[in-house]
Every structure is written in C-alpha cells, then in structure tokens.
Design a protein around this ligand. Structure first.
Ligand code: FPP
Length: 247
C-alpha cells in the first residue's frame, strides 16, 4: 500500500506500461459519505460519477479490459434502502449511457448471476451489451451480483452437465476449458487489481482470473479517486517484476 501524494491535474495520458487487464474494487463510498455526515447512498452517487470518469480515462490510457465491482453476491446483506439506491444508480447510468455509448469505443458487458436482478435492469443490460457489441476499444465488464465463488460453482455445474450429456469426459477439463466457462470467457488474465479505501482484501472478486495479478492498495476512498491516483497505480504496476512462477 502507498499513501496519497499531492493532487495534480492530469489531462491527456502519456504512453507507458499500463495493465492490459485491470480490475477495480470501487471501495469506500460508505465511509466517504459518513465522514461528511451524509447517508451512505450519497457515497454511491459520487462513486458512480467517479466510475464514469475513470472508465473513460482507462480507455484513453490503452487498458483493454476493465472490470469494476459494482455489486457483489454478498451485498444483498446491506439495508434494502442501500441496495435499492445502488440498483437505481445502475438504472440511471445505463439509461444515460445508451446515448453516450455511441461516442465511446467501449464494449460493455456484465458479469455475475443475472437470476436475481429486476427485469427492467436486465433489459437495460442487454441493450447496453447489444449497442456496444461491435466496439473495438476497451471491454468494460460491470460485475453485478458477482462473486468469484458463485462464478466457479456455476462454471463447474455447466461443465458437469456437458459430461453428463456425453459431450466431454472429465479428463477433457483443463484450465483453459474451465476459464472459458467463466463469465469472463476468453478474456486474458487480470494484470492488476486496484483497491482503494485502505482495505487489503480481494473480497471474492475475480479469484480465478487474478491468480497472477499484481495488487495495488491505495489509501484513498473511491469517491475521491482521480485520474492522478490511477496514474500512480500504473506507475507502481510498471515497477513490479512479474515472474509468473518463474525466476
Ligand atoms: C463499496 O463501497 C461500493 C459498493 C458496494 C457499490 C459500488 C457502486 C457504485 C460505485 C455505484 C454504482 C455503479 C455503477 C456501475 C453505476 P462500500 O459501500 O463498501 O464503502 P465502505 O467500505 O466505506 O462502507
């Protein structure tokens, strides 16, 4: 973990080593709101604005895959009011972004268990995926009702069904096949997991995909997160010596 240095205004990114596949745990919204005497939902509102800004900036920087943790399989435990607020922000974002999507070269996808989501949200999700399917820039995965353990369980069940149907034998199952059965399908492994807010956990996020990821933990709450913070995370990432189990 490294602390926050002074803020600097950043407009256009300069070419340098950026992670091809980045995962962000957008953490600290509740604490940000509490510090200001506001309801937790206010933190999510600002967090959603930061998400939009940082997503666009990642695309400009040359990130090819970005996955953001918007709602976990465990987040249903939160007060109903807060769950509703997050779902409403997602509705709002998807409605507003449908026009925005035309201008951006970002392909939007959703990962997670869709079975518990409201029908109108599912419709907006499908529209977002269809409208952006042909985009060639960055792929944005929004993790919604997502949990790495649930994802691995669902993938295992899907493969077991294929064995039962006689399509494959148990010996055919290898890392590649299991990886392809995940929500992220054929996407490359995650290079960097970024978690602001001072927590040092993976919290069931991309557990398979981040087997050899680097981790950067930052001491800034997500609603305060800026492009300059992202630049500092990329600088730190560029300094890492990745060996993937070799020497
Ligand atoms: C974690 O902070 C944040 C969440 C569980 C929700 C993230 C949601 C958004 C940023 C807004 C909606 C997203 C989209 C894609 C429009 P926390 O609430 O756990 O913060 P705390 O640890 O300080 O309590």
């Amino acid at each position: 973990m490294f602390g926050r240095k002074k803020k600097q205004a950043i407009s256009e990114p300069t070419p340098r080593l950026v992670p091809q596949n980045l995962g962000i745990i957008m953490d600290g919204n509740g604490r940000w709101a509490k510090k200001r005497g506001l309801p937790r939902q206010a933190g999510h509102v600002t967090g959603a604005q930061v998400f939009r800004k940082i997503t666009k900036y990642c695309e400009k920087c040359g990130v090819k895959y970005l996955t953001v943790y918007a709602f976990s399989t465990e987040n249903w435990k939160r007060p109903q009011e807060e769950v509703d607020a997050i779902m409403n922000l997602l509705r709002q974002y998807l409605k507003e972004s449908l026009a925005d999507f035309q201008q951006e070269n970002i392909r939007t996808r959703f990962i997670g268990d869709r079975s518990a989501l409201a029908e109108d949200i599912l419709k907006l999700m499908r529209e977002a995926e269809e409208t952006t399917a042909h985009k060639t820039g960055m792929t944005l995965n929004i993790a919604l009702n997502y949990g790495g353990q649930q994802e691995l369980t669902a993938a295992t069940q899907a493969l077991a069904r294929r064995v039962q149907a006689g399509e494959i034998s148990p010996e055919d199952i290898d890392e590649e096949m299991l990886g392809a059965a995940l929500y992220t399908e054929d996407q490359p492994p995650v290079d960097l997991i970024l978690r602001p807010s001072g927590e040092y956990r993976l919290s069931n996020f991309l557990i398979w995909q981040s087997a050899y990821a680097e981790f950067v933990f930052m001491d800034v709450l997500w609603p305060d997160f800026t492009e300059a913070d992202l630049e500092r995370a990329f600088e730190e990432y560029a300094r890492r010596n990745r060996r993937f189990g070799g020497v």
